[in-house]
Design a protein around this ligand. Structure first.
Ligand SMILES: [Zn+2]
Length: 275
């Protein structure tokens, strides 16, 4: 299945569309034995839902897709359940899940940008692109994406993992942080590693990226090699950090849900059998 984003609703409603309905940032899914489905409807009213706002998203394999913000007062339809996007992972097939991530961000953007941040006038929609415009001061407001980096630092067949103070005891992950305005991604990677654990790195290489809608990040993952310094944790964000061989990894992310999991799984595969 392929999702093609669009803001222009063709109004060709001769077949029901996929409706990605959110209540309090939770996605409505119809669960059955073979997994989860996004309901196909002509109108959410078929389920007695009265959206506060709804948006046309584009098409998924030719089927129109919509998102909607459901009021907290609307009772859940009998056949449906609501899940956070983290809980929904694995319940939907990959392209439906990806479209749900897109839908959630559009719903949140529409909800959170009703008024101009500069002059407080109600914003109007643009017909041709996903944007709003202030009729008084012409300010344009686009969906916000906040880039963040994540890095797997390597040294002699070992990976640098750190325990954030917010993590449960014994749980480690790769270092991560938000990109500052005006900063290149590679500069951000080097700065975060220096700030959080006091190390200098080199050979910063792109790994992969992933939208992380909690609430609106784009995670951009890198690998890098150790160059110089001793681990000195900042004590603010990072409580502990250390080098781990592939056979001595602590509790850490794994699997496809997060790019941190994919990065650490890559290390496991790449360095299997090393000490
Ligand atoms: Zn304005």
């Amino acid at each position: 299945m392929t999702f093609i984003a669009s803001v222009v609703n063709p109004k060709s409603e001769n077949q029901p569309g996929f409706w990605f309905c959110f209540q309090n940032d939770k996605l409505m899914i119809e669960l059955n034995e073979s997994g989860g489905k996004i309901p196909r409807l002509f109108d959410p009213d078929e389920l007695n839902l009265k959206p506060i706002r709804s948006q046309y998203l584009g098409t998924l394999n030719g089927t129109d897709c919509y998102s909607a913000e459901i009021p907290l007062t609307d009772p859940w339809p009998d056949s449906m359940e609501f899940f956070s996007l983290i809980e929904a992972f694995g319940k939907l097939d990959e392209e439906l899940y990806k479209t749900a991530v897109h839908a959630q961000q559009i719903v949140a953007w529409d909800r959170d940008h009703q008024y101009c941040g500069r002059c407080n006038s109600p914003l109007g929609y643009q017909d041709s692109e996903r944007a709003k415009k202030c009729p008084s001061c012409q300010l344009m407001v686009f969906p916000r994406i906040s880039p963040a980096i994540m890095v797997c630092v390597l040294r002699d067949n070992r990976i640098l993992l750190a325990r954030n103070r917010m993590f449960a005891d014994g749980f480690y992950s790769v270092l991560a942080g938000f990109v500052d305005p005006g900063e290149r991604l590679e500069e951000c990677v080097a700065r975060e590693v220096k700030e959080e654990v006091g190390l200098q790195i080199e050979n910063i290489r792109y790994f992969s990226s992933q939208p992380w809608p909690f609430p609106n990040s784009l995670m951009i993952a890198f690998t890098a090699d150790y160059r110089d310094g001793e681990i000195t944790v900042d004590g603010k964000e990072i409580a502990e950090a250390d080098w781990f061989g592939v056979d001595e990894l602590p509790k850490c992310p794994t699997g496809k849900l997060s790019i941190a999991g994919r990065l650490i799984d890559w290390f496991r595969m790449e360095y299997a059998g090393t000490h």
